[in-house]
Design a protein around this ligand. Structure first.
Ligand SMILES: [Zn+2]
Ligand SMILES: [Zn+2]
Length: 138
């Protein structure tokens, strides 16, 4: 754990971020989970361990981590912003029953024919969202 903490501090510093307890604990929390939590879910997790974080500090830590590319937003539901510490290209699966979101490896699908887009559309990025039912809900 000590080793992990040191690595984490190194990563934060390598991005030019000042390491604050909030940034550290928010990033550490995100790295241990794969459920794409909302800021509120991260907050309640952190406060469960030690009730010191506020919504504002969690949001600003997420903002800082996002700006340096360590964390990305995942917007799969209207008005709900989730966070992901997996910043490698990947797709998502979303269960329509329980709302669980899971990662799908990038190379799962053949490449998409972006060169066949209608004219006037210049593609910069894309990802696939698969909607369905997860194994727990089947
Ligand atoms: Zn489900
Ligand atoms: Zn993801």
């Amino acid at each position: 754990m000590q080793q992990q903490a040191e690595n984490l501090i190194k990563v934060l510093k390598s991005k030019g971020l000042r390491v604050t307890p909030q940034r550290f604990s928010v990033y550490a929390n995100l790295l241990t989970r794969f459920d794409h939590p909302t800021a509120d879910q991260i907050l309640s997790d952190l406060n469960h361990q030690a009730p010191t974080s506020s919504q504002a500090t969690v949001y600003s830590a997420l903002q800082a981590l996002r700006e340096v590319g360590l964390v990305r937003e995942v917007l799969l539901e209207e008005g709900v912003c989730r966070y992901d510490a997996n910043v490698d290209r990947h797709h998502h699966f979303r269960c329509r029953c329980c709302g669980a979101i899971k990662d799908i490896p990038w190379d799962t699908f053949e490449s998409v024919g972006l060169n066949r887009l209608p004219s006037g559309m210049q593609a910069e990025s894309y990802e696939v969202t698969v909607h369905g039912i997860c194994d727990r809900c089947q």
